[in-house]
Design a protein around this ligand. Structure first.
Ligand code: 3H9
Length: 691
């Protein structure tokens, strides 16, 4: 055995040079790994005892890509291109032995090997698009040469991880190995290649599949159309497509030049910076500084949910999907049957769209049962209260739960705004009480705000964070304050949007500005979708807001065909003159002088107060880190990933600029714009809030 460097060794086993990389956690192509490959391959080529070279990794995976944390730093060590050149031009066959995930630069390394063998459980992909990038080490030129243009387009624009069997079928790999014997299988395969004197297959020279697509521009146009909606606002998918076009229409080396140019454009732009930030933020959010990693988690095998309404039902589906039995409690059999019926319908709708089978529907429904007696929750490991937002009712439920729940049970509330400490105090075990704030529709939305009460125990928090992962949620730990983190920030945007329509902007102008920014919809379209009558009552309505007046006129939103917008039979929204009149009249009565408001001002008014609120939240310790706020807003409220979340976006704009805007606005319009003292401090002391 020869040690090449800290992370690489070379063994000679029966005339095969086995170059092993071991750079945890994911063998990313750091300078060390590139150096190991560079020197290791050269040494193996020089060694006369070696006839073929196997590149294999230790740990959980084959190379999972370039080391993302190195982007933007001074380049060190050999470049990836140099390493790839040496591998591709090796006079001895080089074989990539893949387990785990060969991703990004990892797959691009494998593509410069002459052969690829992978275990059955392995997956391959070029997920750079999810980092706002494209495969910048020949991936866009080599992939279509093996798998064909359509499959390549799909892979580079979605980041799809293709399972080994499909890789074999599409030509991306050459052989499947046993999961528990990759090393021996690879050595045997290498010997077979030597004995049969197989050619040194260079992917760059294979061009049947790309030639087949030459002159067929329709493939690209149709493909662009098919992903248009999903990729709105993102630059990287389009650039990836242009690279595949180059692979089809240009010689290999020219295609590489196109890839290089577009890669540089993307990596130096804000979108990729935001998407890379999101990658790390998404992992960081799971880490709770004062809770040790080794905290023992409670077993959650049985779950109880109180309330079979929209929230309760949606929450239940998460557990059923993960194979955890769940009992739903309602006040009457009728309500229970209705709630469970809706869950089945939801599953059946998913099956009708082909996302699950009818068999899956039955399987999942078997994990859901109902009862009208709360006493049946006595053996549950986790109980989630999901009744409507009424403090007295919640308190009553928690005092009951205190009497019946087993000692180790987690008692959770799905409240989106109420004081969890107050709820916890109705029990003799406030340390077991926690907030699990799911977002509607709870079976779809990825975000879960886990709300830490004053007395919530670390074990209950750690278990809840772990459970979130089990049910496929991204959890962010937040503190108790009105609206917690997500809704507290949303309230800022809502307030300003409501003010703006009185000052002169129309609902659709505000919605359009936010839609163009990248949100899936603006606040008024959102209110129409949710229903304007939620929390409104005819008896108490006194025409005090535009919403009151709309509801008084029977305009409840999409469900009544009219709200802020008017809807056609296909639920397409259209601006409505009547709404304009209502707003105008209301503003006149209040003696508000309306004026034209530019898109730029709309955005500032809606977004800057949100950023300001983020600083207040950080100052009060209600979120652990700035990036957690961004994770909440991206996963829960549709903030475009390529804008990085409110705190990241604010940094791009410049916190100093935002502060001086707030100061000016405060002078003119009062305390809605009072800057957070923490924002002032950050600007004054030039603090980096992302450290
Ligand atoms: C690229 O390759 C560009 C090329 O075209 C070349 C151009 C010249 N770098 O996700 P996990 C860390 S772009 C640095 O929790 P899992 C991660 O932060 C790259 N660090 O594990 C975490 O750290 P910590 C294309 C990385 O088992 C730890 O590893 N490749 C990288 O759930 C564990 O990660 C990709 O986009 C990296 N590339 O999932 C693949 N990857 O423990 C990105 C991971 O401190 N990676 N880390 O929080 C993944 O998709 C998943 O990590 C993977 C494992 C599926 C591999």
């Amino acid at each position: 055995m020869t040690t090449i460097n800290d992370v690489t060794k070379l063994d000679v086993i029966e005339s095969v040079g086995v170059l092993t990389l071991n750079s945890p956690p994911v063998n990313a192509l750091s300078a060390n790994v590139r150096e190991g490959l560079d020197i290791g391959i050269k040494k193996a080529i020089e060694n006369n005892d070696i006839k073929a070279i196997v590149v294999i990794c230790e740990g959980r995976t084959f190379i999972a890509g370039a080391d993302i944390s190195e982007f933007g730093q001074e380049p060190k060590g050999p470049s990836l291109f140099d390493v790839q050149d040496i591998m591709e031009n090796s006079p001895k066959p080089v074989i990539a032995a893949i387990h785990g995930t060969a991703l990004g630069g990892g797959l691009e390394v494998a593509l410069t090997c002459h052969y690829r063998i992978a275990v059955k459980s392995a997956k391959c992909g070029l997920p750079e698009v999810n980092l706002g990038l494209l495969p910048g080490a020949g991936g866009t030129q080599r992939l279509p040469r093996l798998v064909g243009v359509e499959q390549a387009l799909k892979m580079v624009t979605s980041g799809l991880h293709l399972p080994a069997e499909q890789c074999l079928q599409s030509g991306l790999i050459d052989k499947i190995a046993n999961d528990d014997d990759l090393l021996n299988n690879s050595i045997s395969y290498a010997k077979e290649i030597i004995e049969e004197n197989r050619p040194l297959k260079k992917v760059r020279d294979i061009d049947e599949k790309v030639k087949a697509a030459q002159g067929n521009d329709e493939i690209f146009q149709n493909f662009r159309k098919s992903i248009e909606r999903k990729t709105r606002g993102f630059l990287a998918p389009e650039y990836n497509i242009q690279c595949i076009e180059a692979a089809v229409n240009e010689p290999f080396d020219e295609g590489i030049k196109v890839e290089r140019d577009l890669f540089i454009k993307l990596i130096s732009g804000n979108q990729s910076a935001a998407q890379r930030y999101f990658f790390f933020a998404q992992r960081q959010v799971a880490k709770i500084p004062d809770i040790p990693k080794e905290t023992e988690l409670l077993d959650i095998n049985k779950v109880g949910i109180i309330g079979a309404g929209t929230m309760g039902g949606g929450i239940a589906m998460n557990f059923a999907n993960a194979g955890i039995p769940v009992t739903i409690i309602e006040q009457s059999q009728e309500r229970l049957d209705k709630g469970i019926g809706i869950i089945r319908k939801n599953y059946e709708n998913t099956a009708a769209k082909g996302r699950i089978s009818l068999e899956d529907v039955d399987k999942r429904m078997q994990f859901i049962n109902g009862n009208i007696s709360i006493d049946t929750l006595s053996d549950k490991d986790l109980i989630i209260e999901a009744v409507f937002e009424n403090m007295d009712l919640k308190k009553e439920i928690f005092s009951k739960l205190d009497l019946i729940a087993k000692d180790s049970a987690i008692l959770a509330t799905n409240t989106s705004a109420l004081d969890i400490n107050e709820i916890a105090e109705t029990t003799k075990r406030p340390e077991s009480v926690i907030g699990l704030h799911f977002f509607s529709p709870a079976n779809v939305m990825r975000l879960l705000e886990i709300v830490r009460g004053e007395k919530t125990s670390k074990q209950i928090i750690a278990t809840s964070m772990g459970l979130a992962k089990t049910i496929g949620k991204t959890a962010a730990l937040v503190g108790v304050c009105p609206g917690f983190v997500g809704n507290r920030i949303l309230a800022q945007r809502q307030r300003e949007a409501n003010k703006l329509i009185l000052e002169g902007a129309l609902p659709w102008e505000i919605d359009d500005a936010l839609f163009d920014f990248g949100f899936p919809m603006g606040p008024f379209a959102m209110s129409d979708l949710a229903g304007l009558d939620i929390g409104w009552s005819k008896e108490t309505s006194r025409s005090e807001t535009i919403r009151d007046i709309l509801c008084e006129n029977g305009r409840f939103g999409q469900k009544s065909g009219k709200g802020f917008y008017i809807y056609d039979e296909n639920r397409n929204k259209l601006p409505d003159n009547d709404v304009e009149k209502i707003i105008q009249e209301f503003a006149d009565n209040k003696q508000i002088k309306r004026r034209e408001i530019e898109k730029d001002e709309i955005l500032k008014r809606c977004l800057y107060p949100m950023i300001n609120e983020g600083f207040k939240i950080l100052d009060e310790g209600m979120a652990i880190r700035a990036s957690d706020i961004d994770i909440i807003w991206i996963n829960g409220y549709g903030w475009p990933i390529y804008e990085g979340g409110p705190m990241f976006y604010g940094n791009l704009i410049g916190y100093d600029k935002i502060l001086s805007w707030l100061q000016d606005m405060e002078k003119e319009h009062g305390s809605d714009f009072s800057p957070s003292p923490y924002l002032e401090k950050v600007v004054e002391e030039k603090i980096n809030i992302f450290n």
